[in-house]
Design a binder for this molecule. Structure first.
Ligand SMILES: *[C@@H]1O[C@H](CO)[C@@H](O)[C@H](O)[C@H]1NC(C)=O
Ligand SMILES: *[C@@H]1O[C@H](CO)[C@@H](O)[C@H](O)[C@H]1NC(C)=O
Length: 257
C-alpha cells in the first residue's frame, strides 16, 4: 500500500498541486447535496417513475429501456429530466448556504457501446443546464460518473442490476470509461471555477465487497494532458490493485456523499 501510494504520490499529486483549485479545498468546508435520481433514476429515490411503468421487472435504467418501447421510455425520462430538478433547486441550495452539488450521470449519456445496451440517451443537455445553474448561483458542481459499462458494482445505481458486474475485468470497459472521463474533463476544462471536481466512478465493488469509491479527480485549473494521462495510467493498472489505492489517494480531498 505504501509503495503504491508513494508511486502515486510522486506521479500524481505534485502535478495536481501545482494548480490552483476552483474551491479552497482544505481551508473551506464542502457543504453540499447530491442530485441522485435525476440523470440516473434509481427505484428507491424515484419510485413513481418505476411504479408508473406497471412492470415490476423494470428495476433499473437498463430494464427501463429494455422492457418498454423506446418512445414510452424516452417520454417518461424526458418529463422526469425536465421536472425533477430545475434551476429553482439550485437557487434554494445556494440560499441554504451550501456550496457544492454532486451530480451523478451514467456512461450511457455519452455513448452506448457495441454490446447494444438498451439505455435511453438524452441526459447531456441537462448536465449542461446543471453547469449553467451552478454557475448562476455560485455553486460548485461535482460531476460523478455513476455507471460504467458492464456495471462497476451490479447495483441499480450503476444503471444495471446484475449479479456478475464485469466492468473491472474487461479492459474495453475500462478504456471506454477513461475516454468518457476525459470527455467530461474536456467539457469543463475552461470552467473549473464552477466544476472543480469530477468523481470518476461511484461505488466500485468487487467480489461482493463495496470498495471505496474512486472519490474524486480534482480539476485544478485546466486539466493538463499530463494529468489526464496519469489518470489513465491509474485506470490501466490491474483491476484489483488499483482499487485499494483509491481510498488513500482521494481521502485527502473533502467529499460529500
Ligand atoms: C426541487 O424543488 C422542488 C420545489 O421545491 C421540489 O419539489 C423537488 O423535490 C426538488 N428536487 C429535488 C431533486 O430535490
Ligand atoms: C469486453 O467488452 C466488449 C464490449 O462490450 C466486448 O465486445 C468483449 O467481448 C468483452 N471481452 C471479454 C473478454 O469479455
Amino acid at each position: 500500500m505504501n509503495t503504491i501510494r508513494a508511486v502515486l504520490g510522486l506521479s500524481f499529486l505534485p502535478t495536481a498541486l501545482a494548480f490552483t483549485p476552483g474551491f479552497p479545498y482544505g481551508s473551506e468546508k464542502v457543504r453540499g447535496v447530491n442530485f441522485g435520481g435525476w440523470l440516473v433514476p434509481e427505484p428507491w429515490i424515484t419510485p413513481s417513475l418505476f411504479d408508473n411503468t406497471g412492470n415490476s421487472a423494470i428495476v433499473d435504467e437498463w430494464t427501463f429501456g429494455q422492457l418498454q418501447s423506446h418512445s414510452t421510455a424516452l417520454a417518461a425520462l424526458t418529463t422526469h429530466w425536465n421536472t425533477w430538478t430545475t434551476e429553482s433547486n439550485f437557487t434554494a441550495i445556494a440560499a441554504a448556504g451550501l456550496n457544492h452539488v454532486r451530480l451523478p450521470i451514467g456512461y450511457w449519456a455519452f455513448e452506448v457501446g457495441p454490446a447494444g445496451e438498451p439505455y435511453i440517451q438524452g441526459q447531456l443537455p441537462y448536465l449542461t443546464k446543471a453547469i449553467t445553474w451552478a454557475t448562476n448561483h455560485n455553486l460548485k458542481l461535482i460531476i460523478d460518473l455513476h455507471g460504467a459499462p458492464d456495471s462497476q458494482n451490479g447495483f441499480d445505481n450503476s444503471g444495471h442490476r446484475i449479479s456478475t458486474p464485469g466492468w473491472a475485468s474487461n479492459n474495453t470497459n475500462v478504456q471506454c470509461t477513461d475516454a468518457i472521463i476525459k470527455t467530461t474533463a474536456n467539457m469543463v476544462k475552461d470552467n473549473t471555477a464552477n466544476v472543480p471536481r469530477i468523481a470518476p466512478l461511484n461505488e466500485l465493488s468487487s467480489r461482493g465487497v463495496i470498495l471505496p469509491s474512486l472519490k474524486t479527480l480534482i480539476l485544478y485549473g485546466r486539466l493538463s494532458d499530463e494529468l489526464s494521462w496519469k489518470f489513465m495510467d491509474f485506470f490501466a493498472l490491474p483491476a484489483l490493485q488499483k482499487l485499494d489505492i483509491t481510498e488513500h489517494l482521494f481521502q485527502e480531498a473533502p467529499s460529500i456523499g
